[in-house]
Design a protein around this ligand. Structure first.
Ligand code: S3P
Length: 448
């Protein structure tokens, strides 16, 4: 059973060339932030292009529980009537964030400096994930957290009635932790400073500035120093959510490995803190181009064109690039399986604490599909089979992880024998139209 119903076994079979345009949904990271910052501003924020995946719908529900009015028009436009910084009401229900680490960690940050108490839970995957990385800095503001052993959900947070601003160096490369601290800093007086040694996605900083907060980012010897002035009045915004590069990764990678493919994936955000996969693929020799490069809403955007790319070569992925492609390693490892030679992925310890242990989940499934994989605590190497092809013909365990499910379905489009995943249900958390989008391109994917 998945948390959202019975397991949905799915199968992908070797396909003819994928062709056409793939319109992927809105960016998941930006969608969560649009709802949360909308809820913290006074007045009406209007959001178009919102990702209507379960993760984001759970955040919308949570914002209602904290007192914001969140509605959707028939045409898919969302309206958020916010309560203002510090205006969250105490929820009358347990906040269930489902599968979403981003949802729960950002919302914990946003409520931690309000004088209210809230209890959070999630599905079997989220309830295993570490929360101390967020509750440790929130304690510095004066918030208290009581959870299960190891800092796991379910967990109750008692918000600080009299918060103090903090200066905090994020110990792991995590945009969720950085964002939780910044959102808590909104309702603390004075300046909250967050320092990150490695740059992670900066959507929170960009959006806070867009809502009118005073926020400054400076590079220093310590890393990126982000200074937020507390207690701003956030002004409601009109937000057009760009399409998600992490979702674009699936049709792009499928096109690269399926012979005869030529796929256009329009309007993809290429924020440098997110685009690492595409540069890595190009270095491997992928026929992947950025067409119509332009700027929209302060973000670089392009149409991605991916064509079948025989003869790609494995590379050592630069560890300093990890944060900019952290969610894309599973599908990169699939492309690596079809490339010639080894692809080395190092400095990726964070993959062990995502929706699943993504190194273990991918290594197990790839081995079952006939691919040699080596792995250690914070690294893994995929030995590409090149012209020999990938045997496939296995069932991969997805551990309630949408990206593991989609990665193995992509693999099955080009492996000798079909690839099955034990549960495709979690795909709906981030990419609900994945199945139809891929079959419209010509992919043979369906229920098993
Ligand atoms: C996200 C940050 C990343 C990423 C996740 C989305 C965000 O997680 O893996 O899918 O929207 O801030 P970490 O902050 O744990 O690195």
């Amino acid at each position: 059973m998945s948390a959202h119903g019975p397991a949905q076994k799915m199968i992908a079979r070797r396909s003819e060339g994928l062709r056409g345009e793939a319109h992927v949904p809105g960016d998941k990271s930006i969608s969560h932030r649009a709802l949360i910052l909308g809820a913290l501003s006074v007045g009406e924020t209007v959001v178009t292009g919102l990702l209507e995946g379960q993760d984001v719908l759970d955040t919308a529900k949570a914002m209602r529980a904290f007192g914001a009015e969140v509605t959707r028009d028939g045409d898919g436009t969302w309206h958020v009537h916010g309560v203002g910084v510090g205006g969250f009401a105490e929820p009358g229900e347990v906040i269930d964030c489902g599968n979403s680490g981003t949802g729960v960690r950002l919302i914990m940050g946003a409520m931690a400096t309000c004088p209210i108490t809230a209890t959070f839970t999630g599905d079997a995957s989220l309830n295993k994930r570490p929360m101390a990385r967020v509750t440790d800095p929130l304690a510095l503001f004066g918030a208290q957290a009581v959870g299960r052993s190891g800092g796991r959900l379910p967990m109750t947070i008692v918000g600080a009635a009299d918060p103090v601003p903090v200066r905090y160096t994020v110990p792991v490369p995590s945009a969720q932790v950085k964002s939780a601290v910044l959102l808590a800093g909104l309702n603390a007086p004075g300046q909250t400073v967050v320092i990150e040694r490695e740059a992670t996605r900066d959507h929170t900083e960009r959006m806070l500035a867009g809502f009118g907060a005073e926020i400054v980012t400076e590079d220093s010897d310590e890393g990126r120093v982000i200074t937020l002035t507390g207690r701003p009045e956030l002004r409601p915004q009109t937000i057009v959510v760009p399409r998600d590069p992490s979702s674009a990764a699936f049709p792009v990678c499928a096109a690269l490995i399926v012979p005869g493919s030529d796929v256009l994936v329009p309007n993809i955000g290429l924020n440098p803190t997110r685009a690492g996969l595409f540069y890595t693929l190009q270095e491997m020799g992928a026929d992947l181009t950025f067409e119509n490069l332009r700027e929209e809403g302060g973000e670089p955007v392009a149409d991605l064109r991916a064509r079948h790319s025989p003869g790609m070569k494995g590379i050592a992925v630069p560890p300093e690039r990890a944060a900019s492609m952290i969610d894309e390693y599973p599908v990169l490892s699939v492309v690596a399986a079809f490339a010639e030679g080894a692809t080395e992925m190092r400095g990726v310890k964070e993959l062990r604490v995502k929706e699943s242990d993504r190194i273990a989940a991918m290594a197990d499934g790839l081995r079952a599909a006939g691919v040699e994989v080596e792995d250690g605590p914070d690294w893994w190497i995929v030995h590409g089979r090149g012209a020999a092809g990938v045997p496939g013909g296995a069932t991969a365990a997805t551990h309630l992880d949408h990206r593991i499910a989609m990665s193995f379905l992509v693999l099955g489009l080009a492996s000798d024998a079909p690839m099955t995943v034990d549960d495709g249900g979690p795909i709906a958390t981030s990419f609900p139209v994945f199945g139809t989008l891929m079959t419209d391109l010509g992919a043979d994917i369906g229920p098993a």
